[in-house]
Design a binder for this molecule. Structure first.
Ligand SMILES: O=P(O)(O)OC(CO)CO
Ligand SMILES: [Mg+2]
Ligand SMILES: [Mg+2]
Length: 290
């Protein structure tokens, strides 16, 4: 039975190749289009990088499936099946990319039977390649990673993102969550503008936890296995098992820190990534405290 190492190696090589397209455009003026909100941006480079990645993978593995951020934005389904599936964020940190804030990543996860086999996060400007393969550890530029192991939330650096949602309920919930974390207290709250790289910092031990509500599966699928393989834990913000389609995640150095964060953060309604887009967002299941 395949251990999918050939796919991992191929994913790493095409991520590095595609990063040349990102870097070539990084300092240039970009044409920006809006998606779901005034802060949900897309550029021609996002779309081009996704096309480069998918066409290269399809040529090598013609039976594999894809969930790509910009393909889904263009109307492709976002459904995870048992088939080998590549989950792609061509530029995680598009707002950073547009503003030349130097944290942008290509994120690629690979699932089989709905289980993640490997994840790749390439922070292009930093030239940092994070990867993890199930059962084989997590690495940064070939060096093994280990989460901090911190168990006391009051001694944690917590990373999060404000995200693209700009409706009143989302904004008030996100900002009050940051207030609640600071009141625990934690040592600090940080945000780099890329969920994938944020979460990889939990894998390095440089941060102790990450939480986010409202991101999508392509933002965090790769970094979730990188955190787990570095000895960290990943769960839903309501304390249940991690579900990459739920749009809620806590990644942490320990179960105790993850549970402490789950106890204070509140969610706001987000339609699941795999939910029928014709259904109403309001009254989504699993929303607590709002
Ligand atoms: O830049 P993207 O891919 O839209 O992702 C954002 C999600 O808020 C940063 O992780
Ligand atoms: Mg993203
Ligand atoms: Mg993106």
């Amino acid at each position: 039975m395949s251990d999918w190492t050939d796919c991992l190696d191929f994913g790493v090589s095409i991520a590095k190749q595609a990063s040349e397209t990102v870097l070539a455009a990084f300092l240039l003026q970009k044409e920006v289009q809006l998606k779901s909100s005034p802060a949900d941006l897309v550029t021609e480079t996002d779309q081009r990088v996704e096309r480069i990645l998918i066409s290269a993978i399809r040529a090598r593995f013609p039976l594999h499936r894809f969930i790509g951020e910009e393909s889904v934005a263009a109307g492709e389904p976002c459904v995870l099946t048992d088939e080998p599936t590549w989950i792609i964020d061509p530029i995680d940190g598009t707002v950073n990319f547009v503003h030349r804030f130097p944290f942008v990543a290509i994120s690629i996860a690979f699932t089989v039977n709905k289980q993640t086999e490997f994840g790749i996060v390439y922070s292009c400007v930093e030239d940092k390649l994070f990867h993890a393969q199930r059962g084989r550890g997590a690495f940064l530029n070939g060096e093994k990673l280990q989460a901090s192991g911190q168990e006391d939330v009051s001694k944690c650096v917590v990373v999060t993102e404000i995200g693209a949602e700009r409706d009143d309920l989302a904004l008030s919930t996100m900002t009050s969550n940051i207030l609640r974390l600071l009141q625990l207290p934690v040592h600090g709250v940080r945000a780099l503008g890329t969920a994938a790289v944020d979460m990889c910092h939990v894998a390095t031990g440089g941060a102790d936890a990450y939480y986010h509500i409202g991101m999508h599966c392509w933002d965090i699928a790769a970094s979730a296995i990188i955190v787990q393989e570095a000895g960290g834990v990943v769960m839903d913000t309501d304390g249940s098992d991690f579900d990459m389609m739920s749009r809620r995640v806590i990644a942490a150095s320990s179960t105790s820190v993850a549970n402490s964060i789950a106890q204070v953060v509140q969610a706001f309604p987000c339609r699941r990534d795999d939910e029928d887009p014709t259904r109403c967002v309001c009254g989504a299941a699993g929303v607590k405290g709002v």
